[in-house]
Unconditional design. Sequence first.
Length: 92
Amino acid sequence: MYPSLYVGQHQSRTRSNFLTRALFVQVADEVMADEESDVVSVLTEAFLNHGKLLSEVRREMFQLLVEEAWKIAMRSRHYITTQCLDTPTDSP
């Protein structure tokens, strides 16, 4: 009927579609940003937990190495002590 009115409605729909798409893209970007921040926070937490666990394992390994070295030292000391306290043998 009225071509100018039809063009105006068409432009209005086009703008509306554009704004809807722009809003959708903005919301999608925010969701992606939230997901990315969630992923980053999960990865950060995993990295920190890994660091704590690694520290505990290193501490335990160091403790085991110290205990093993202590056992070796005590065996050596015991061996030396028993050698010194053995009854002398007659040398020919």
